[in-house]
Design a binder for this molecule. Structure first.
Ligand SMILES: NC(=O)c1ccc[n+]([C@@H]2O[C@H](COP(=O)([O-])OP(=O)(O)OC[C@H]3O[C@@H](n4cnc5c(N)ncnc54)[C@H](OP(=O)(O)O)[C@@H]3O)[C@@H](O)[C@H]2O)c1
Length: 647
């Protein structure tokens, strides 16, 4: 068989060409732009065949008859059994003009070529984009019904199909792949659009992802099957995943803290649709949305595809593939391969030395409450990265054990026994550590105390409010004030405060805790402005719930999904590396935004939580935790819904 392929240098085209070359004795002619001649050698290497079987034809989509010379046209005329037209501008950032020239005019020129060269069958790589953002189920026999074609990629892919349907006088077939991701067997992919799609924090639609090997195998099979001319095939997943599920699968594959990647679609279920749209349109929300996209490393135009409203029926393709083993594999099975490949080859951050060791090597990092929980997990990571680690804790035995663990692993550590609520002790410790180590480069105020008790059970418990303030605000502040002068002198420093997501969600029953954390957050915001030109940064981490000794007494949290101390420590690591003003999970920011723009809704959600969940036995002064009632299914469901929040 003889084939002519456009787009053979591209992501799908290069793999399809390889597949066609696996057919015995096949020859592939392919369109090559003259400035891409250098790709010939790597392509030959990739395809693993001799030069006689792959023949480059110089030309360009934007020229009539694809800009192919008369000599080449003469040589191919009547020789080509199948032409595969894949060349297109598939860059969502490309200008409308460039997409029009390549996708619409280019397809017209490709059809002209097919007529001139009398190709046996013309195969068009279209896209599900040709259906626009159609509301409902789009079938393979639908075309004119497409709607919401405003985006140039959607419009130009639709028009390209129209040209083939109306103008092509050779037999033709059309393929509409879903969003094509890397190879399900090797994870290999060429560009980073794939992960961009995976990580977009969007609300509720379904993402139709298909691996490139499925697309190639299906096109190859259907193209060679007789009796299918003039038809269109959806190369899509018959059972596409909801966005939330896709995110979860990739969060799992990427070992990411699930909470930071999951914007739980059901959270939005609380908000009426009309209000939801209104909220999304508000300038501050849009700006926060854009910031989120930036945090994710996503180009903002990706937001165009928020809430993909279309389902794609693919029974024609399924029927044509019946009896073969060509099918879309489940995403769970290969997500980790894509992630792994992306991380090793395509992660845009790879070129920057954004490692913890680059940030802390040779530096002095102090962490309070480092003997257990989040603090200990962070301390171990920081010491392993080559910092001089200083750990402050009020329990001698924990300090001794940690010191040994770090030193056994070859790290440098100094430990200081200090109860930060005893201000004299704190001052003495600061004096001593400055003498011994000079300035501290990074201070992590991690030690904290939490109390879960409603205000109505606290009327006579003023000391609860004093206790939380004394450690979470005054203790952290005393230490910070003690260390700032040396940082200022050095014109460098970083103060990281481990705060709480409760400050963003205004968690009922946590007024004493949240107020003390909010005080430190407010101090950091003011200080950041004062010390900006001294090279001192302040970061607030609005930490979601973490499974540690602090959350252990609250029985309802047994049912709740929480970060592990290691995942929480990764947020501290991120703070050290990136020095942002704030780190918060998307859920936390979302809660804050809802509270800012629709405080009533926020009150309703949080008051529901307050009324639904009991006071803990400890808060009621009961000794026996087992006396607490079991959670009802409704309570469990609600706690899943607002997972990561204090309830
Ligand atoms: N990837 C997906 O998720 C997906 C999903 C559905 C449908 N599709 C469709 O599948 C087809 C292939 O997509 P892909 O992901 O493989 O795209 P790709 O990797 O971006 O490849 C595009 C190809 O088009 C060629 N091309 C662009 N402008 C050209 C011009 N003026 N003249 C000649 N060739 C030109 C490129 O050649 P150079 O090497 O010379 O630049 C390259 O070979 C496209 O039609 C796309 O719309 C893709």
């Amino acid at each position: 068989m003889r084939y002519f392929v456009t787009g053979a240098t591209g992501f799908i085209g290069s793999r399809l060409s390889k597949k066609l070359l696996e057919r015995q004795g096949s020859v592939v002619y392919f369109l090559l732009r003259s400035h891409k001649r250098g790709m010939m050698a790597p392509l030959l290497g990739r395809w693993g065949v001799s030069a006689e079987r792959v023949i480059p034809i110089l030309g360009d989509l934007t020229q009539p008859l694809l800009g192919i010379s008369t000599a080449d046209l003469d040589r191919m005329r009547g020789q080509i059994d199948h032409m595969f037209h894949l060349a297109a501008v598939y860059d969502l950032k490309a200008s409308a003009q460039a997409q029009e020239a390549a996708n619409v005019q280019g397809t017209r020129h490709a059809v002209q070529f097919a007529h001139d060269a009398q190709v046996g069958c013309f195969h068009l790589a279209s896209s599900i984009a040709a259906g626009g953002l159609y509301e409902g189920v789009f079938r393979e026999d639908m075309f004119d019904e497409a709607e919401n074609l405003e985006h140039p990629y959607f419009r130009t892919k639709h028009e390209a199909e129209g040209i083939v349907r109306r103008e092509c006088r050779r037999p033709w077939r059309i393929y509409r792949p879903g969003i094509v991701v890397g190879d399900s067997r090797t994870g290999e992919m060429d560009k980073i659009d794939g992960p961009y799609y995976f990580f977009k924090p969007i609300q509720g639609g379904r993402l139709n992802l298909v691996p490139v090997d499925y697309v190639v195998d299906a096109m190859d099979h259907i193209a060679h099957k007789s009796g299918l001319d003039g038809r269109c095939f959806h190369l899509t997943d018959p059972d596409p995943r909801r966005v939330g599920d896709v995110l979860s699968i990739f969060a799992h594959a990427g070992h990411a803290p699930p909470l930071s990647l999951r914007l739980n679609a059901r959270m939005f279920g609380f908000i009426p649709e009309s209000l939801r749209r209104e909220i999304a349109g508000l300038t501050p929300v849009r700006r926060i949305g854009e910031q989120l996209m930036k945090d994710f490393g996503l180009p903002p135009h990706i937001m165009t595809f928020v809430n993909y409203p279309t389902r794609f029926d693919c029974r024609e393709a399924q029927q044509a593939l019946a009896g073969t083993d060509i099918r879309v594999p489940p995403l769970e099975g290969y997500a980790w391969k894509l992630w792994d490949y992306w991380e090793r080859h395509l992660d845009p951050e790879l070129s920057l030395d954004k490692t913890l060791s680059a940030a802390v090597k040779g530096k002095v990092v102090l962490i309070t409450g480092g003997g257990a929980g989040i603090g200990k997990a962070a301390a171990l990571k920081i010491a392993a990265a080559g910092a001089t680690l200083i750990v402050v804790d009020r329990e001698e035995e924990r300090l001794r054990a940690l010191g040994k663990e770090v030193e056994d692993a070859g790290g440098r550590i100094a430990t200081y026994l200090c109860d930060l609520t005893e201000f004299d002790q704190c001052d003495q410790m600061v004096k001593k550590l400055l003498e011994e180590h000079g300035a501290v480069d990074v201070l992590v105020n991690n030690a904290g105390r939490s109390i879960r008790r409603s205000i109505e059970h606290s009327f006579d418990r003023f000391h609860d409010f004093e206790r939380t303030m004394r450690l979470n605000y005054f203790g952290a502040l005393r230490l910070t004030l003690g260390l700032l002068p040396a940082m200022q002198k050095k014109k460098a420093g970083h103060v990281i405060n481990v705060s709480s997501i409760g400050v963003l969600t205004n968690a009922p029953r946590f007024s004493a805790y949240v107020a003390s954390k909010a005080a430190m957050d407010a101090f950091a915001r003011c200080a950041a402005s004062e010390f900006a030109d001294d090279g001192i940064a302040f970061t607030t981490i609005n930490m979601p719930l973490v499974r540690t000794a602090m959350t252990a007494p609250t029985r309802i949290y047994e049912q709740t999904e929480m970060l592990t101390p290691e995942q929480a420590a990764d947020l501290i690591v991120k703070a050290i590396i990136e020095r942002p003003d704030r780190i918060a999970t998307r859920l936390g920011i979302f809660a804050e935004v809802v509270h800012a723009v629709a405080p009533k809704i926020s009150h309703i959600v949080m008051n529901t939580a307050y009324r639904m969940f009991p006071e803990s036995a400890a808060a009621l002064g009961l000794k026996d935790a087992a006396a607490e009632p079991q959670l009802s299914p409704e309570q469990i469901a609600f706690s899943q819904l607002v997972r990561g929040f204090h309830i």
